[in-house]
Every structure is written in structure tokens, then in C-alpha cells.
Design a binder for this molecule. Sequence first.
Ligand SMILES: [Zn+2]
Length: 635
Amino acid sequence: MSKKNEVRIQDDLYQAINAEWIKGAKIPSDMPVTGSFMEIDRSIEETLMADFDAFLKGKKSSDVPAMADAVRLYKKALDNGARENAGMKPLFPLLDKIKAIKSIDEYNANCKDLLFDRVAMPFTFDVIEDVTDTSKRAFMIFDPQTILPDKTLYDNTAAKTMMMLFFKKMMKKLLKFSPLDKAEQKKYLEDTIAFDELISKKVLSRAEMSDFVKLFNPMSLAEVAEKVLPYDLKGLLNKIYGDKTPQEVNVTNPTIINGFHEILNENTFEIFLHWTYVWTILKNAEALSKKIIDVANSYTNAIAGVKKNPDLKKQAYRLVTALYDQPIGIYYGRMYFGEEAKADVIKLVHTIIDTYKLRMQKNTFLSEATKERALLKLSTMKVKMGYPDHYDELFDTLKLTDEESYFDAVKKIWRRNAEDKFERLLKPTDFTEWGMPAHMINAMYDPFKNDITFPAGILQKPFYDLHQKYEENLGGIGIIIGHEISHAFDTNGSHFDENGCKRDWWQEEDFKKFEALAKNMVEQWDGVEYHGVKIRGDFVVGENIADNGGMAVTIDIMHTLDNPDFKAYFINDAKVWRQKAKESYTKLLLTIDEHSPAELRTNIPPRNFKEWYEAFDVKETDKMYLAEDKRINIW
Ligand SMILES: [Zn+2]
């Protein structure tokens, strides 16, 4: 018996499976969205918060050494009386120091101290694998932060006006905590927006940032330093590295370097300092009181449509987790993700890698030479499953004391992290290092290490369970594993070899064929309307190809089973992506996320596979039908 207005699976897989869940789902008031990912996130948070409370009461202990400091910091964060009393005062000396700077020379003379003290800079620096030889590391220069979350929003007058209003509202409140008088508060905010306007013309958009290859532009330090004057980059690096100063740096965005004289010069120095002051408050807010953190988060909350702030306990937990992510992840992994499950998923990953190899051997558009390199990448791909064996030794390099304030403790950790970051340049790459903590609900392919990471966080229902159907695991974590592996061969991965070094290992004509196929995928998605916004096919193409690859490889595995249950496979895929979000958050993601919306990730890829039509007897008259000549299969 079917109700008249019930959605048919053949017309809308996502709604047919998830409509009832969506109806009942409640978006937590301190979040913009809920869904499979967020539900697990919540449950991990609840589990770990209960454990932290037990640690505090001495009812529980951990064999992960750095957890003791994590708990110590948690206790300080919970002491909100002390934090509220202090307000922004602990930050005053630093703010006064910025305000007292009289000239660019004086700024440059103090630059290293300012950088290590978390003062906002006109660049963001990082140290990551050197793509010309990934066993070493490179000094990277990234764009500074902008007020709007993406460059493209600066051209969208309606969005820009609204977001700037939110930003001003937040900053007005926040600056009241500062030592500035009323007139200064107004001036500093105006100047911040004026300086932001200068930066926003030169920075990369999110879409441009996702094109990895273009981010690697090695240049001599001398050349870059000359271009970014009056900012004394050379002096800064000399102060950090002394005689070990790198002679080459990596520029992610040559446009900002080449046009830097239009951003910072004698005429803009004052507004730059005011911008520095304001952003330094934002960058340090998390070391201050709950009230200040709540105000500092109100801008992003407003953009995402979040109405409520987390309570003190939750906020304290989140602050501590951000600073002790690795030890907490290992604790979580050891405690809640068993060895049996770990072995089971590792087996699944190897089945998927082996199936990719078979598919690669049968591939019809790649030349033999390219196939051989692809197979080598698959054979040498490293798997990081569940949780790492150890955390970075930096977590044991400092000890918190019971006496120091929450502010001092956080600042101490930040400073240690900054020192560690820059020191890494002089050390070889650690290939055992994980790119995300074990309690995170996510997965990744790292093109610079040629490895895949699946934290314990995501290895739960509906994605994976030792005791759910194998078909469900394939439709859940299986597709995601296949998705991540396919990034080794996509527009980004094709430029990095089996060691993660930047080397075009594709024959040129192969790449042209791939681009033609990718174009089909762009067209399949281009202009599809979602919440009144048209999908930009080229922006989401990489992730869509990965979704399709993940489905293709797991469907092959399905065919190796006796009586495979394809219904269970597709239904669990739909469950994984169920989501309910605030409208403003949905719209924000459409602008900044290179992944397609969850609903479309469920409903579009199956149409490319004959198994979908067979499993549910999908006919030409059904909405989820796609003519055979329109179906795309790349990997
Ligand atoms: Zn992806």
C-alpha cells in the first residue's frame, strides 16, 4: 500500500529514503546543519565530554600522556569567572604594542615577535612538503584572511552588503572590550574594511585555491622580498632562521606578490596597522572569555544562520579539542574503535585498491605508459586507518601548570605551535604524520604523500559497521574510500607522482582525453538548480568525478558477491548523505564548497550506472532516469 503523495525511489532516491528522517530531524540551535556526519560528530562530542568530566573528577585516567594537559586546560576553560573578570585585558599589552608602532621600520623590527605572538600579518605562512622533493619541506606564502569567506562574494553586491553588516555588528561589539576610545573604535573598523577591500582584489578564490598545481610557484627569496617591500620578508626570515634562511620560498598566489605595492605602502600603512589591530583581536579571541568568543563567532554564525552559542562546557571542550586534537584522537581511537574493525576496514581498502588496479588495466582512454604510472601509484599508496600509533612529539614539549591562567596557557601553546611550524622547515618530512585527527568524521587523500586517511570518527554507522551488511558498508564507507583514492588520478592527482612529488606522469594526449571526459561531467551538473542557485559544473567537477569513481569501483566489488543486494547498497549511500540545514548555510555552501550539495550527491551519480536501473526497475518515465548516451563513466 503506498500513500498518494509518497516519493518514489525511482523519482527521488534521496527524498524516498530520507524524507521521514528529515521531517523528524532537528538542527541543534548552536549548529547550522544536521545529518549523518553531524549526528556522529555530536555523539563523539558527548562521549568525549563525558570522559573529560570523568577525568576531572578523577574517575577515569588515560595512558595517552598529553591527555593530562588537555584535561588541565579544560579545567581552566571551565573557570569562566576568572575568564570573564579578565575580559580582553590579558590582550591589552599586545594591542597597545601594535597601536604604539610609529613606522614601517619599527613594525619590521618587531615583525618576528608579532608573528609568533599571533598578530595578523598581510600573509599567512606555512611549512609543508616541498613538491619538487617531498622528503623535504618548503616555506609557503599564502594569502591573508579576508572578511568575506570567498573572493567571489565581493562581486555579489547583495551578499557583500549583508555580510559586511554582520561583520560591522560583530566588530562594534568586540571593540568595546578593547582599550580604544569610541572615536578610535569607529576609525579602526572603517580602516579595517578599507584595507580588506585592497586585499580582496588580489587574493585567490576558493575555486582557485583548490587547483593545487597552481599553488606551487617556487621563487627566490630575494625576488619575493623585493616585490613585497616595504614589508621586510627577508628580515623576518633572517630573524627566524638565521644562517639557515631558505633562499627559495613558495608563492601560492603570484598576483598578490606582484601587486603588493598597491596593498601596503606609505599611504596605506596607517589603515594597515588598524587592520592588524582588529584582526589580532579576532585571531586571539579564543584565548579570552566566553562572552568575547561568542561575540567573535557571531559573524560566521550569522552567515550560517546559527542562532545560539554553545554553552560553556561545550565551548571549553571544543577549544581544548582544537589544541590537543592528536592526543584526543588517539585516546578516542584506542578506546572506541577496535582492532577487529580496523583490520576489517583495511581489508576493504585493499579490495578497493585491487579493484581499481583491475579497472585501470581495462581502461580504454589511457595509454600504457600512463596506466603503468597509475598502477604504481596504487601499489605504493599508504593507508592510515582508524588512529595513528603516536602523536607529534611537540605535545610533550611543554607542560601546563595549575597556576597559570587560561589565557597564558593558550598563548603558550600557540607560541609553541608557531615555533614548531617554522622549525619543521629544517627537518625531513614525517610520512607517518596524519592529516586529520582520529575522532574526526572525514576522510582524505593526500597528494603530497600519496596516502589515504580514514579516521575512527567516520568508521561508524551508517558509513561502516562490522555488523551491518557488506553491501551497506560498500554503499557507505566503500564509496567514500573509492572517492578518496580517485583523487590520486584527477586533475590534481595527475600532477603528483607516487612519492607526492610534482611530476606530470600523464602522457599529454591522455590528459586531453581526460579533460574531454571531465567536460562531460561539468555539463552533467552545470546549471542544475538547487535552492534557487545554479550549480557551477566546473567548480564541483573534481569531487563529482571522485563520487562517480567511488561508485564505479564499489559496484565492481558488488558483482563479485553471490546475490549482491544492490538495493541495500544504494539505500545506504542515500542515508550517508541525509542532511537538514539552515537555508543560509545551504546557500553559503553553494558558494564556497567544491563538493556538490548532499542531496544531489545522492541523486545524480547513480543515474550513470546500469545497476541503479536494474535494482529499482527505473524506467524512462521516472525522474531518476538518464538516457544511456548521457551516462558518464570516467574511472
Ligand atoms: Zn573529495
